[in-house]
Design a protein around this ligand. Structure first.
Ligand SMILES: [Zn+2]
Length: 270
């Protein structure tokens, strides 16, 4: 599943091809993805110039003077910029033809993605209650500390709550908690300010590292035959239940926390 670093890398990879370009036409090969595709995508978007391509949480926004196309890659989606003669493949649901002659093509086998519309000056309902971006300065240990007081949810569930901070999915929550030495089971409200400072720093470090590595695989997002280009992960905890802890060798434990598979070291994480 595309996580925040993949979405950010997609944004950065698309920007040079899409920014300042006018969308000449839009082809929809089906009327819906996870939800019906917004009517404005075919009625308003053609003829508009892309003024910015932004990311908010795991959403991408193509901003034009008439409004913004709001995209989510869902579980399996990918966006690529292709030459016009590249044949359409199964699950290529949407094409946007640019005035460069290239095509921005949205492929999504499982169709959990979406393509919606945000009117100028408006904030789409899906973006309204989101917490801060993890790489912004407002996200820090104090933000986590004050937001967590009185909360009895496990810290991992708390960290994955999009109203607290966006874009920390199951993989990055497990890895950041491992790096910070915090048990995912611990009550969010019972973690000190100092430990939250460490946790916020690890979230930033791990996400920034993944985004940086993504920069080296940018070609995958624009080459016609490239795989979608999700990153190979270098993981310490996620998906390693029963294997030795990379720090101390103790077998890593695995359990469901908030209905998500969770792995941690019972010795290193308290
Ligand atoms: Zn350990």
């Amino acid at each position: 599943m595309p996580e925040l670093p993949e979405v950010e890398t997609t944004r950065a990879g698309l920007a040079p091809h899409v920014l300042g370009r006018t969308i000449r036409s839009v082809v929809l090969r089906r009327p819906d993805l996870r939800w019906p595709i917004a009517g404005e995508v075919s009625t308003v978007l053609p003829g508009q110039r892309v003024e910015a391509i932004r990311r908010r949480a795991k959403y991408l926004l193509l901003d034009t003077g008439a409004g913004s196309a709001l995209l989510h890659l869902g579980m399996s989606g990918s966006l690529r910029v292709l030459d016009p003669d590249v044949p359409v493949r199964t699950h290529d649901h949407v094409d946007m033809t640019l005035d460069s002659g290239q095509i921005l093509r949205f492929n999504d086998p499982r169709r959990f993605g979406c393509l919606l519309w945000q009117a100028p000056g408006d904030t789409h309902d899906l973006l309204r209650d989101l917490g801060p971006e993890p790489l912004d300065d407002v996200f820090d240990g104090d933000h986590l500390f004050f937001a967590s007081r009185g909360r009895r949810a496990p810290v991992k569930t708390f960290l994955m709550d999009q109203r607290i901070v966006v874009g920390v999915g199951n993989i990055y929550a497990a890895e950041a908690l491992f790096a910070a030495g915090i048990s995912p089971l611990r009550d969010a409200g019972r973690i000190s300010r100092e430990r939250y400072a460490r946790l916020a720093a690890e979230v930033k470090r791990i996400l920034a590292y993944a985004i940086n590595r993504g920069g080296t695989t940018l070609r995958d997002f624009i080459s016609p035959d490239g795989a979608p280009g999700y990153f190979e992960q270098e993981l310490s905890a996620y998906g390693r239940g029963g294997l030795p802890c990379p720090a101390c060798g103790t077998p890593l434990r695995q359990a469901l926390v908030g209905q998500r598979a969770t792995v941690w070291c019972p010795r290193c994480q308290r």
